[in-house]
Design a protein around this ligand. Sequence first.
Ligand code: 5GP
Length: 381
Amino acid sequence: MTDKGKLIIISAPSGCGKSTIIGDIMDRGQLDLQFSVSATNRKPREGEVDGVNYHFLTDQQFKDLIADGAFVEYEQVYPGRFYGTLRSEIQNRVNEGHNVILDIDVKGGVNVKKQFGDDAVSIFIAPPSISELRWRLKKRGSESDEDINERVGRAEFEMQFRDDYDHVVVNDTLPEAIAALCAISSTGSDIATSSREAMTAGIFGGSFNPVHNGHIALAKALASSGEVDEVWFTLSPLNPLKAHPEELVPDRQRMEMLKLAIEGIPQLRVCDIELSLPRPSYTITTLRTLDHLHPAIKFRLIIGSDNMLIFDRWKAHDEIMREYTPIVYPRPGYRWDGALPLPVHDISSTRIREMVHNRQSIDTLVPPSVANYIRHHRLYR
Ligand code: 5GP
């Protein structure tokens, strides 16, 4: 049976860049997303196409559909102007396993989320501030002062609903807002969901191909070092052009091994955010995106002494240094004075892959559940 798709509800006060963001995500084609075309009784604007931007209806047609129960929700968004989500736009697609994106007003968004519960993810795109919003609308130059006042007033009203949404993405810089949204909307996304309390999470990135006992021992030591409350294993995508064919284990399988490896260990979590970010994936984008998604959490970067020695080659290394103070762990052969005094484990994923390839036992090098997984799925042969 196909898994059902999700509804991705996106709402924002006007002027927050919602249509640009949605357009960009759809254009990337990275996620299996289909757009729910709403019905409205407003007239088409220049360039808008019936059935693509909206189903443009007469007042009477709209009323008839209400009477027929054809809408999942509808709202009078502006005086005399109705907009509604048609059941027919979402039902089949979701049942066929597609994710459906809904660009709807704030009240409609709250309403759909109430009806669909966990089958829907609701995202509120907020402007950095109301004064910034006013400035953006003025800069756009397409509205009169009166219109701007009306929209800003409406935005203030709509902002009151932000806490009713699952996620709030502040659109202060567009690329990061897009990245955050992509990450949230990503199919089967397993972004570790934050508790809303203040805490520090250490981001431990890698391709974990496969995850091994050295990784786990290190993460446990970091978690009890007092530097962080949690360690998030953050899976990076593999570069198909760089990897050997027998190394190319799909993201999903490396993720499953990670989950098996940390099962039941407190303070350790997995995070798949990088799988849905634009490639090549830069650590700074990952960290900023996590900040957007989890404003209450303080993130720090976990990094080996080998990488620390060449850190000045990393994109935005000074910002990472300032905002996400790295925690350095020792790697054999690479001395870094600020490294935490943690035991060094000389196990490598490369070596494990070679051993599997040569039919040698890896039982002492990876958790039993991971060894079984590798055997069962005949990986690295
Ligand atoms: P516009 O007329 O500028 O295309 O859209 C005006 C507002 O109506 C936007 O905030 C848009 O998100 C919202 N809207 C569009 N479709 C629907 C819908 O099906 N239901 C609801 N509740 N709002 C919608």
